[in-house]
Design a protein around this ligand. Structure first.
Ligand code: NAD
Length: 425
């Protein structure tokens, strides 16, 4: 289960406000009309439900469940369900919009959505979580649907919860509907290649960017923050492509070895050590884990939490290329300095979109009633990621803007044009 402690927002910029700032810059560059701007800014649908659950103690506790569909202009909404103590409507609204831009930038036929339940899954039993997931699903029975809104895991939820969602939705419809949700276990119609998909997309984007920057992967060094799903897969695949991974980090600290860290050893150590790198001897532990972001490397991959490259440390970042595995790792105020320093930043909505791309493939396979090989999944997602990178790169040249703004331009332009063709009332 992917669960990350909510990052402290104190003294930091709000990553979701950061996102809106970039949206506004891109909208202005595109010359978006006020009418279309307002359509794209406001969520299409917001549902809030009350979920009374009998806890193991026998007491009834009421949880708040939220689902926001930001846009269904390009197709059914797509986006994860977050189980976390700080779930809030404003945040879910912004995350739903983020999904709209992410799907549009990789050109998959989805709108954006997001859901959440305010709860602390770490303090709940499996039975309590199951009852909550099933109650949430039933409350959203008219919202979800393979042609309407297709949820997926997010913080605090994983394949187990998606299996319960699929089962509850299927029971209510009297037939198995596996295309209603992605991120399912393989036996329930999950896709091969989904686990590594986000890290793989990070690798594809990094290599595409290195080609533009004329950085030879076999002579390049790289630091990766976060050693969970995205970070460890990105490290593995970048190492396979010739990069020397000189630093990795997780919640236990940052580990540095200028001769290169053996990533398979680090993964084996993590897996045998309760999921953390604490005590890893293949590298030296840095006294301050944030130093990882300031190392003199060619490529920096923030793949842990949001808001880590900010006005406070951006001046010290030495990488030539930043590839954002995490969502929102760079604050909007840090953007200008990154650009002034001539660093290329491949933004989250592009760099980590390999995950939603393979989720889309999961839905396609479920609807076909067919299973693709891992090779086919990887080949098609690599092609989509490479094309998306090239489209954004072209837009960055055409509009003379950094890659981040270019990604928003590509996404907003696509949704705005589709909206204009479809028309309103
Ligand atoms: P995960 O829970 O598997 O791993 C998170 C990792 O970050 C862990 O190694 C954890 O120890 C580490 N970490 C937490 N706080 C840290 C800190 N302050 N400093 C350094 N390391 C820290 O999560 P994940 O699925 O790998 O997701 C990572 C990021 O990527 C998140 O921002 C997530 O939203 C984003 N993302 C994930 C996917 C996906 O498919 N998993 C897709 C798109 C975006």
């Amino acid at each position: 289960m992917a669960y990350i402690e909510p990052a402290p927002i104190k003294d930091k910029e709000n990553p979701l406000e950061s996102m809106m700032e970039r949206f506004n810059i891109a909208a202005e560059k595109l010359g978006l009309s006020d009418e279309v701007y307002n359509v794209l800014k406001n969520p299409a649908k917001q549902v809030i439900v009350s979920l009374p659950i009998t806890m193991d103690s026998g007491k009834i506790q009421v949880f708040e469940g939220i689902r926001v569909i930001h846009s269904n202009i390009l197709g059914p909404a797509k986006g994860g369900i977050r189980f976390a103590p700080d779930v809030h409507l404003d945040e879910v609204r912004a995350l739903a919009a983020w999904m709209t831009w992410k799907c549009a930038v990789v050109d998959i036929p989805y709108g954006g959505g997001k859901g959440g339940v305010r709860c602390n899954p770490r303090e709940m039993s499996a039975g309590e979580i199951e009852r909550l997931m099933r109650a949430y699903t039933l409350s959203m029975i008219d919202v979800f649907g393979p042609d309407k809104d297709i949820p997926a895991p997010d913080m605090g939820t994983g394949p187990r919860e998606m299996a319960w969602l699929m089962d509850e939705y299927s029971k209510a419809h009297g037939t198995t509907v596996n295309a209603v949700v992605t991120g399912k276990p393989l036996v329930l119609g999950g896709s091969l290649g989904r686990t590594e998909a986000t890290g793989r997309g990070v690798m594809v984007s990094a290599l595409a960017a290195m080609e533009k920057l004329k950085i030879n992967p076999f002579q390049a060094t790289c630091a990766v923050q976060g050693f969970g799903n995205v970070g460890s897969w990105a490290s593995t695949l970048l190492e396979e492509r010739g990069l020397k991974i000189v630093a990795v980090s997780d919640i236990s600290g940052a580990y540095h070895n200028s001769n290169g860290i053996n990533i398979q050893d680090a993964i084996a150590y993590r897996d045998s050590n309760n999921g953390t790198l604490e005590g890893f001897t293949g590298a030296e532990k840095l006294s301050d884990p944030m130093e990882l972001l300031e190392l003199d490397v060619d490529v920096l991959v923030p793949a842990a939490v949001e808001d880590v490259i900010t006005i406070k440390n951006v001046e010290k970042v030495k990488a030539k290329l930043i590839v954002e595995g995490a969502n929102g790792p760079t604050s909007a105020r840090a953007d200008n300095i990154i650009n002034d320093k001539g660093i290329m930043a491949v933004p989250d909505i592009l760099a980590n979109a390999g995950g939603v791309t393979v989720s889309y493939f999961e839905w396609v396979q479920n609807r076909l009633g067919y299973k693709w090989t891992a090779e086919r999944v990887n080949r098609r997602s690599d092609r989509i990621m490479k094309e998306a990178f090239n489209n954004v790169y072209k837009a960055s040249i055409k509009y003379d803007v950094p890659m981040r703004i270019a990604a928003y331009i590509v996404a907003i332009d696509k949704v705005a044009k589709t909206y204009t063709y479809r028309g309103g009332y």
